[in-house]
Write a protein that binds this ligand. Structure first.
Ligand SMILES: [Zn+2]
Length: 293
C-alpha cells in the first residue's frame, strides 16, 4: 500500500491514467493495456483477489458488422463471511483515444472515477468487510457500455448475490458550486432521507431519471454510464458524478483542469455513504430490486 495521503495518491493515479503516454486509453489500444497494467498493480498492492483465478475478464462485442474485444478488470475484497453478497464498485477506464490527431486524455472522463475506485479500494482493503467488494474497471464504455453489458451477462454471480452496484464516472470538475450528483435506487428504504440529514463534505443533489437539466442540454441519468444495464435489469444502483463541463469529450479534458480539493471532498463524501450502506442487511438491498425491463 502506498504511504501517500489519499488526496495525493488520487491525483497521482489520475495523472498517470490521463497522461499522453496512455494516448487516451481507447479500447483495444496499447494505451488501454498500459492502463490495465497500472490498475492490476494497484489491485495486487492492495491484496485484492482475482475472480476465478484472474483479474482480467475479456469479452467480445459487436460494433457494426465487426466483432471487437474489450477487457474488464475485476479485483475482489472478500467479506468476513463467505456467504455475504457483493457490493460492486465500477468505473470505466477506457476513453476516446486519438481523434483528429489529438489525444483525448479523458482526465475527468474517467481517470477521475478509476482513481476514486482505487482510493476506495485502498481505504476498504485492510481487514474484511460485511459484504464482498468487487472493484471493476470496465472497458468499452464510451462506445456503448459494452464492458458493463458483458459483466451483467457474465453470470459470474447468482442474482441474489449482487446487492448493489455503485458506479463512478466523472468526479473531478465542478461548475460554480461544487456538488456531488447522484442517481439511483430511491427504493433503498430510507436512504434518500438519511442522505439529506448528513453533514457531508460535499452537498448531494439527487437526479431523477429522464430529462434532468445537467448544465448543457439533457442527460438521461438512468442510461448515462455503466450502471445503466444493471439498473434496467432491476438491481439497485447508485451513480455518482460531479458536473458536466465544456471540456467533455474534448482534447482539453486534461488533468491540469481537475480540482484536487474537489476530488478529495468526493472521497470524503463517499466514505460515510459506503459505511452506511455496508451496515444494511442483505434483505434491505433485495427489497430495492425491481423487475428488469
Ligand atoms: Zn465516462
Amino acid at each position: 500500500m502506498s504511504a501517500a495521503a489519499p488526496a495525493d495518491q488520487l491525483m497521482a493515479d489520475l495523472q498517470y491514467l490521463a497522461s499522453d503516454k496512455l494516448e487516451g486509453r481507447k479500447t483495444g489500444s496499447a494505451g488501454a493495456a498500459l492502463a490495465r497494467d497500472y490498475i492490476r498493480q494497484q489491485f495486487l498492492a492492495a491484496r485484492l483477489q482475482p475472480l476465478q483465478q484472474k483479474f482480467s475478464h475479456p469479452f467480445d462485442y459487436s460494433a457494426g458488422f465487426s466483432t471487437r474485444q474489450g477487457e474488464n478488470l475485476i479485483g475482489v475484497l472478500p467479506a468476513c463471511s463467505e456467504q455475504a453478497p457483493v457490493i460492486l464498485i465500477s468505473a470505466h477506464y477506457d476513453h476516446l483515444g486519438v481523434v483528429g490527431g489529438k489525444i483525448h486524455n479523458g482526465a475527468d472522463d474517467n481517470a477521475s472515477g478509476v482513481a476514486m475506485l482505487l482510493a476506495l479500494m485502498r481505504w476498504l482493503s485492510p481487514g474484511c468487510r460485511p459484504y464482498h467488494y468487487w472493484f471493476v474497471a470496465t472497458d468499452a464504455e464510451e462506445n456503448g457500455l459494452h464492458g458493463a453489458k458483458a459483466l451483467l451477462a457474465s453470470q459470474l454471480w447468482m442474482p441474489a448475490e449482487l446487492a448493489l452496484v455503485i458506479n463512478l464516472d466523472m468526479l473531478g470538475r465542478h461548475q460554480q458550486q461544487p456538488r456531488l450528483y447522484w442517481f439511483g435506487s430511491t427504493r433503498l428504504s430510507g436512504f434518500k432521507d438519511w442522505l439529506v440529514q448528513q453533514q457531508l463534505a460535499l452537498p448531494l443533489r439527487w437526479r431523477r431519471s429522464e430529462g434532468s437539466r445537467y448544465i448543457r442540454g439533457k442527460v438521461d441519468w438512468a442510461s448515462a454510464s455503466d450502471h445503466a444495464p444493471f439498473y434496467r435489469a432491476g438491481y439497485p444502483v447508485l451513480y455518482f458524478a460531479t458536473a458536466m463541463h465544456k471540456d467533455y469529450h474534448s482534447p482539453s479534458d486534461d488533468w491540469q483542469a481537475i480540482k484536487p480539493e474537489l476530488i478529495e471532498r468526493v472521497f470524503q463524501t463517499l466514505q460515510p455513504i459506503i459505511l452506511h450502506l455496508e451496515q444494511q442487511p442483505p434483505a434491505w438491498f433485495l427489497a430495492a430490486r425491481r423487475d428488469g425491463s
